[in-house]
Write a protein that binds this ligand. Structure first.
Ligand SMILES: [Fe+2]
Length: 566
């Protein structure tokens, strides 16, 4: 403890109320006192409460400290001690921004303070806001450039709506805080990144943008916020890839309940099920979100100025689409696992049910009928899995996988496959009709790492602005999605939007392909894209920045939300 203490992150803002807001930051020491000082002369103080993150770990693949090659420091998986501090600042005047600073005092009395930033309570109705719409940062190479350009273009955003996939492996601490490639989550959104890009032989370092020190962030859960079955033995990436359907875990638990939990302790049951299925604990510990829904922080709604934002948890595990015998994939199990059901992947299973009649669906229906929603000028819904896109990950349909096991005459398993009936896509069949009838103006999603947008017949807009750090491609015309299963029963659509809408060509400056055609998308590993919602005008503007050329950011698309039915 002889070195002077340092904060692990700058502070960021969470959950503003009418007269207050929470300030959150992290340290690698438990400390003895953590405070926010705020007000014109920093003469008010709010004392933080502190928790230790329960699941944050590093392993041989972490890029942290001096570890650049595999296992140089962390030979195997290990807990990383990180403390989270949160102070609620109260007594604010709505619409008035005030300076603040955080200070953490270490056990030996030495302290560390942040720079001075600004905070505000929740903006009142009518106050114009500029909101960043983003997703899928995942420590991708262009993310720091993207957020630097956001900060340069908008100066100060009032909020960040983040449609999931914040990092890659959520229990790997360094992905949030200090990955040594300089592209971790908080540094990118706090202007402390150190992301080096080399294009055409020219090296440029981007810092990200100082955004969330001054603005609250509202995330949605993506598949990359979910950890699979818990272990302190296997490396983190394989745990991330190893979620197990909760329903199957419950069946196993029920069969073995007497041995596993002889006293029938409900907490023990809950923990066992979580450790043997999947969890979003690190995400839930890092963020403070509304927790009044039946799903707690996993799905929520909030009002911010004229905006009612509704955030369901619509995501499923990503599995490989290939059909070879070693694919623990979307469409099949590995041959070597046929007799080992505990090793099965169960296809692309959904984490939180959203189909009609589910608890989450009922909550969504109720939320869309609430006065807060009905009276809002802007009605926005965001969830991670796309409803309409040219991207890859919209196939297969968003529905429960239908397992088919074929056996030979001796009863030996010969194949295990999964089908996804397209007419039972829960987003298309159940969710979108609800949103349409409730007058939602904008549906945001991510997951495919490209920019494209669509409009329904009624004028409901769909935007995916996830070409932030990289792209996974657009599939239209001759370009076919990879590994579409052939000789399967259901329809798996290789090109275009499987759900039948035509992409909208950007209104201002679309990209043009080599044949002179205007492209209705951006899917690029050189050009990074961001979108800003301006509530003063009800318009969403999208900007692109070419990291191979530098120069100016180009506004390439703009559209206006239809008038709200209040
Ligand atoms: Fe995703």
């Amino acid at each position: 403890m002889s070195d002077s203490p340092q904060l692990l992150t700058d502070p960021f803002l969470q959950l503003p109320t009418e007269t207050g807001v929470r300030v959150v930051w992290f340290t690698e020491f438990v400390g003895s006192r953590h405070i926010v000082t705020y007000g014109e002369n920093l003469n008010f103080t709010a004392v933080a409460s502190t928790i230790k993150l329960s699941h944050t770990r590093e392993d041989e693949r972490s890029k942290v400290g001096k570890q650049t090659g595999e296992g140089e420091i962390y030979e195997k998986i290990a807990i990383r001690d990180i403390w989270r501090h949160e102070a609620e600042v109260t007594g604010l005047t709505p619409g008035k921004r005030v300076p603040y600073r955080v200070t953490s005092v270490r056990e030996d009395g030495e302290s560390a303070s942040s720079d001075v930033f600004t905070l505000a309570a929740s903006p009142p109705a009518g106050m114009p806001l500029k909101i960043l719409l983003t997703s899928d940062h995942q420590l991708m190479p262009m993310t720091p450039a993207n957020l630097q350009k956001v900060a340069e273009t908008v100066q100060r955003v009032d909020a960040v709506f983040f449609v999931g996939d914040l990092v890659n492996v959520p229990d790997r601490a360094s992905e949030w805080f200090d990955d040594n490639r300089g592209v971790a989550f908080f540094p990118c959104l706090q202007g402390r990144a150190n992301g080096e890009i080399t294009k055409n032989g020219i090296k440029t370092v981007y810092t990200g943008g100082q955004l969330i020190q001054h603005a609250p962030i509202f995330p949605a859960l993506g598949n990359h916020e979910v950890m699979g079955r818990f272990s302190m033995l296997t490396e983190l990436r394989s745990q991330f890839s190893n979620p197990f359907p909760l329903m199957v875990s419950e069946q196993i638990y029920d069969k073995n309940a007497q041995a596993l939990n002889p006293n029938n302790d409900p907490e023990m049951r809950r923990t066992w099920l979580k450790n043997h299925s999947f969890n979003t604990d690190t995400y839930e510990e890092i963020f403070t979100l509304p927790s009044t829904s039946p799903g707690g922080e996993r799905y929520y709604a909030i009002t911010l100025g004229d905006v009612r934002l509704v955030v369901p948890f619509i995501a499923c595990v990503w599995r490989i689409p290939t059909l070879g015998e070693n694919a623990k994939g979307k469409y099949r199990e590995r041959e070597q696992d046929f007799d080992k059901p505990l090793e099965w992947g169960y296809g692309q299973h959904i984490f939180e049910p959203i189909k009609k009649g589910s608890t989450q669906y009922n909550w969504l229906e109720q939320e869309l009928n609430s006065p807060e929603f009905k009276n809002a000028k802007y009605k926005i819904v965001m969830f991670h899995h796309p409803a309409h896109t040219l991207g890859e990950n919209i196939v297969p349909a968003f529905t429960d996988p239908v397992q088919k096991i074929e056996r030979n005459l001796d009863g030996k398993i010969e194949s295990i496959s999964y089908e996804y009936p397209k007419h039972e896509d829960y987003i298309i069949r159940d969710v979108l009709p609800l949103l349409e009838s409730a007058g939602v103006q904008l549906v945001l999603f991510g997951h495919c790492h490209l920019w494209n947008r669509f409009v329904s017949d009624s004028g409901m807009h769909f935007l995916e602005s996830s070409n932030v750090g990289n792209s996974y491609g657009a599939f239209i015309g001759e370009a076919r999605r990879n590994n579409i299963p052939i000789a399967y029963q259901e329809e798996y659509v290789a090109t275009g939007d499987p759900n039948g809408l035509e992409p909208v060509v950007p209104t201002i400056a679309p990209l043009i392909d080599e044949n002179g055609h205007l492209l209705p998308y951006i899917a690029s590993n050189d050009i990074t894209v961001f979108s800003i919602f301006d509530t003063a005008t009800g318009t969403i503007s999208s900007y692109r920045f070419d990291t191979t050329k530098g120069g100016e950011v180009i506004k390439f698309d703009e559209f206006k939300l239809k008038e709200s039915k209040i």
